[in-house]
Design a protein around this ligand. Structure first.
Ligand code: LFR
Length: 483
């Protein structure tokens, strides 16, 4: 059996996991977890990428000590869209900008005066989100840093570069830039030309499973690993790795990758580029093996994380138990609303959204928590239903993967709201998808269907049956739509 290190970086924490995979085995253990704390400096909100890299090195050392210093490969996945700029010497220019930074406000509207939103969608299939890399690069246009930049590296590609000295642009993550054509799975050169984006700044595309270099000698020394250790490109967008690890049998399934975000949708074989799909703000991101991740971004547990932070970090278990006792569906907010994107004052912002829509204003933390979970379940219901309709692809089951699988109330409410059975698990889906792609590249895992069979056989899954009462969810949905 081989051992793989999966570096999985989320918006609030990073982890290095050790995965062991064989024909009938798939095990995952956490070697190291570290916080990912964005920092607000006078210029705006930035990622502390050096702290992340230090966490990765610590994690590789911890991973090695679990495997007598022998790791067969390393793979890196992270959140999407963000990037670092390198100068002509290959040195990083400044801290990467956080996608929740305000610099992209109003930028999309300016871009659309050159390439109308409809054309942009038809060419790239990407949802509107203010932080798409295209808008970030446009916002950075007149900055000294971009003028000096000779390279753009997406976050996992930047860390891989520091580990190996080699540069590439991994495709699944590149598909979130709004500069990729999901039909050709190559750069959308026409769009880039019209918008003055220099695609030459990106190193060549690489695909999940491609070799991405070997750990540099200094990295081996610092981590105590025995070389050579190859780095393998995985589906480096965390959501792409998580979708690869959805333990589905067959094709009639929807998934919700839960964590800071809820990414809810379908796995398709071709993008849906219709005007109706654009209006519903569905995205066509690229997945493993020619698949398309047709999904909607929903604010996700970010809403709760930000409230919990504002409340001074009370015990989450207790809060959820209290929230379960609060009457259902008293007030709901639109969990897809970009108004909730920026950090800060979340309980007040949720209260304000309820007040403005003439609903009871949640008072206690338990009531606010209930409002958030009901709103998320409702947004899950809408996304699963809209995706099926827009793609003409019916489903019988909803898979929930990621951190939200630990939240039994959210899983049950999602089953109730969707009126479909929910299968929850695995929690560490992104890390498992990361490991499986490495295992396949190194000869110990099968195709996507084979990977999923292995997941079904090896991972603990929890099932939630819908408890009825879909009419109440339908009514809540109509109420929200009316406002
Ligand atoms: C989830 C995720 C989403 C992406 C958002 C911002 O971690 O990668 O898929 O839309 O973060 O990058």
């Amino acid at each position: 059996m081989k051992s793989y290190a999966a570096v999985d970086l989320g918006a609030s924490s990073g982890r290095v996991m050790v995965g062991r995979a064989g024909p009938d085995t798939l095990e995952l253990a956490e070697a190291h977890r570290f916080p990912n704390r964005p920092v607000r400096v006078p210029e705006g909100l930035r990622w502390d990428v050096l702290a992340l890299y230090a966490g990765v090195l610590d994690g590789l050392r911890a991973a090695g000590s679990r495997c007598e210093g022998r790791i067969d490969s390393v793979g890196i996945d992270s959140w999407a869209v963000d990037y670092g700029l390198l100068d002509a010497d290959g040195a990083l220019l400044g801290n990467p900008v956080h996608y929740r930074d305000g610099r992209t406000e109003g930028v999309a509207e300016k871009v659309w005066t050159t390439v109308p939103a409809e054309e942009l969608y038809a060419a790239t299939g990407l949802q509107y989100a203010p932080f798409n890399t295209l808008y970030q690069l446009t916002a950075a246009r007149s900055t000294a840093q971009l003028a000096q930049a000779r390279r753009v590296l997406l976050m996992p590609d930047l860390l891989a570069y520091w580990l190996t000295g080699e540069q590439g642009t991994e495709l699944t993550n590149a598909s979130t830039t709004q500069l990729i054509d999901p039909r050709t799975r190559d750069w959308a050169r026409g769009v880039a030309d019209r918008l003055g984006v220099d695609l030459g700044l990106f190193p060549p595309l690489r695909h999940p499973g491609d070799p991405a270099g070997v750990l540099r000698a200094e990295v081996l020394e610092e981590t105590g690993l025995a070389g050579p250790v190859p780095v393998t490109a995985v589906a480096s967008h965390d959501t792409a790795s998580a979708v690869a690890a959805v333990p589905a049998a067959g094709e009639r399934f929807a998934y919700i990758c839960t964590g800071t975000w809820s990414l809810a949708g379908l796995e398709l074989t071709a993008p849906v580029l219709t005007e109706e799909s654009r209006a519903a703000n569905f995205t066509n991101e690229l997945g493993l093996d020619g698949t398309v991740r047709y999904l909607r971004n929903i604010m996700g547990l970010w809403l709760l994380q930000e409230c919990v932070r504002a409340w001074g970090d009370p015990d989450l278990g207790g809060l959820l138990r209290e929230a379960a006792k609060v009457p259902a569906l008293r007030s709901v907010v639109d969990a897809g609303d970009a108004a909730f994107l920026a950090p800060g004052r979340m309980p007040e912002r949720i209260a304000q959204a309820c007040r403005a829509s003439g609903q009871p204003v949640p008072g206690s933390p338990a009531e606010t928590t209930r409002c958030i979970l009901d709103s998320l379940a409702l947004a899950h219901r809408r996304a699963v239903a809209d995706a099926q309709r827009l793609a003409g692809h019916p489903v019988d089951v909803v898979h929930i993967v990621g951190g939200g699988t630990r939240n039994a109330l959210l899983c049950q409410l999602t089953a109730d709201a969707c009126g479909l059975p929910v299968v929850a698990g695995p929690t560490e889906a992104a890390a498992l998808g990361n490991v499986l792609v490495q295992a396949r590249a190194h000869g110990t895992a099968g195709d996507l269907a084979g990977m999923r069979e292995l997941l079904v056989r090896t991972q603990p899954l929890t099932r939630y049956a819908p408890r009825g009462g879909t009419a109440r969810w339908r009514a809540a949905e109509a109420r929200l739509a009316d406002r």
